[in-house]
Ligand binder design. Structure first.
Ligand code: MRU
Length: 328
């Protein structure tokens, strides 16, 4: 599945808010369109928001330096946590300010980022595939599949390659409250690809592990720090703790565009989203309207809970600080 269509002239993105019931495509033709699509989660997932933001900047009406800088800063604020967004916008910006043909070069850079992400996802699949054994039951959280990247995905890429190579693999997808990326998106794309997938409420993870009904965990990442701290969808940390408790390998898949060697742990901004996401389900209020809500979109998993990172450059085992820096 490709969540974006680019024909060299127009960019269309699949409105992921409507999945799995409706497939509606939305046209992106300005930095503002890209900003809104990212902020409102029309599209989401770390690599994909990077790609769409890159195109967004390339659609700027002017490439005068201060104007393009302003657009780049606006785009970077659409969502604060996934590093891919700032990384991709900065790449297009750097290309533009030193160019004689900024409009053409900006588009070329955005296309390049898109193609690179496609290749990185496939490479994650190739490197991760040997970790998957025939008959494995793998739990994944949120959506780190085609809909979060392009084609293979990150966490789902090793499963796709394993399936291509004839291995039988079953997938457990968590619902991923409150935005339900697991229920709405992961199950949708995996069923389309013919996987055996079981949906569970987030609260079932511990019991499932206790019953030994899962033997590996693979999640994606929105940002991985130099020392191996993993910033990913809220709920990842508790899954990692439970995996450790039950001696289940916990893998984190990421493209090199998600590695952030510069930011310190305390400086990572964790996006907090509207209380309405928690108080309402499909427009129906399920909690007192004045209740206090804490709704962070991401959490942080410490490196000691990670068995290995699956990247587009290879598998990375501890010591993470040394090996992440060396490889990525
Ligand atoms: O809020 P989202 O849906 O953008 O969050 C996505 C995730 O947390 C994914 O697990 C992560 O981006 C990895 S995507 C390859």
């Amino acid at each position: 599945m490709r969540p974006i269509k680019w024909d060299g002239k127009e960019l269309w993105v699949l409105d992921q808010r409507l999945l799995p019931t409706r497939e509606k495509w939305v046209k992106i033709s300005s930095p503002e369109d890209a900003f809104k699509a990212i902020r409102d989660m029309v599209i989401r997932g770390a690599p994909l928001i990077g790609v769409v933001a890159a195109f967004g900047l390339a659609f700027s009406d002017s490439f005068e330096k201060s104007r393009v800088k302003e657009k780049a800063e606006m785009l970077k604020k659409a969502r604060p946590t996934a590093i891919n967004l700032a990384w991709a916008v900065d790449r297009v910006y750097r290309r533009v300010i030193s160019s004689k043909n900024p409009r053409i070069d900006a588009l070329r850079e955005a296309e390049k980022i898109m193609k690179e992400e496609e290749r990185r996802a496939r490479a994650i699949g190739e490197y991760g595939e040997p970790l998957i054994e025939n008959g494995d039951v793998v739990l994944t959280h949120c959506n780190a599949g085609s809909l979060a990247t392009i084609e293979y995905g990150t966490a789902l890429a090793p499963l796709r390659v394993a399936k291509e190579k004839g291995k039988e693999v079953k997938v457990i997808a968590t619902e991923t409250r409150p935005v339900m990326q697991g229920a709405r998106l992961t199950t949708y794309e995996l069923l389309k690809d013919g996987f055996d997938v079981t949906l569970i409420p987030d609260t079932v993870v511990g019991y499932l592990m206790y019953l030994r009904k899962v033997n590996k965990v693979i999640v994606g990442a929105d940002r991985v720090l130099r020392d191996g701290h993993v910033v990913n969808k809220i709920g990842t940390y508790q899954i990692a703790v439970l995996a450790k408790r039950h001696d289940i390998p916990f893998y984190v898949a990421l493209p090199s565009s998600t590695f952030d060697p510069h930011t310190n742990l305390n400086d990572v901004e964790i996006e907090e989203r509207s209380p309405l996401e928690v108080i309402y389900i499909k427009g129906r209020r399920i909690a007192p309207k004045d209740v206090k809500v804490f709704n962070p979109a991401f959490d942080i998993t410490p490196p000691e809970l990670v068995t290995a990172f699956i990247t587009d450059k290879g598998l990375i085992y501890p010591p993470f600080e040394e090996n992440l820096t060396k490889l990525l």
